[in-house]
Design a protein around this ligand. Sequence first.
Ligand code: UDP
Ligand code: MG
Length: 321
Amino acid sequence: MAEKRNEKGQILYLVIPCYNEQEVLPETSKRLLQKMESLMERGMISRESRIMFVNDGSKDRTWEMIEELHGQNSIYQGVKLSRNRGHQNALLGGLMTAKESADMVISLDADLQDDIDVIDQFVEKYYEGCEIVYGVRSARDTDTFFKKFTAEGFYKLIALMGGEVVFNHADYRLMSRRALEEMENYREVNLFLRGIVPMIGFKTDVVFYERHERLAGESKYPLKKMLALAVDGITSLSIKPIRFIVFLGMFIFVCSILMLIYSLVQHFLGNTSIGWTSLIVSIWAIGGLQLLAIGVIGEYIGKIYLETKARPKYIIEKVLR
Ligand code: UDP
Ligand code: MG
């Protein structure tokens, strides 16, 4: 595979998770078809390239529309999940299905908020040897203040909590088949794609784009789902929150020693009523010790947690013999 890596005309799959997207599908499918045809005409991608819609248990006509599209033109493919499993799982299902036949896969949202004209750049970077290309939003002018604030806070919080994520990159990215095969070895159930993909490594690059407004319909990512995603992201990537507890326990324990000194001084100066000194010292000492103990147990649970994920310890890119 490596030899023909720079040869143009390889197979590209677009993977698009769809949840109740009947309002946008007609327009989305039309625009994506134009894009694919123009790439094919220029010889950038193979004629075997496909547009794959993943129906994430929609309750509207989304799946019927995908079936109709597939009937009209075999460039459209459909994958139907048995029920709603959420964006991340739908995306993963699509990526793993597409991997069977594609040389490279680009994931994008059904509402085309992500500028599809940068697909050309994604593909070019692939031919330059990148295994992963991240789409990064250069501006958020079309987002409301609230969306911008919460979304950017989301990336900062995850980074603070020890997750390695690409700032302002959602799930608009290109992955080569090789990168997808390596990602398959991350067998964890709580898979947070934005955190796992950077762990894979290889030659990567970013492409900047402006984010548009939704074509039609409304966001399938209300604040509640975004918060859930943030919590999942943090807890599936790192055990830093546990370490915070350990440090807090240590800090309070140190405070308890200071309190001991302070209380004893007060006691001998006679500024205290009977029983206050022993009481205040025990409260601080026991509180600190308890937090510390929870933290230590947490450290071990964290280790077990990471063991159960059985992540690959390394990925070999090349061997020279
Ligand atoms: N989506 C999905 N399952 C869900 C929720 C959303 O597959 O449970 C898809 C949705 O159809 C869209 C993408 O995830 O293609 C992103 O959703 P949306 O555009 O509503 O999110 P936003 O851009 O507002 O963050
Ligand atoms: Mg959207």
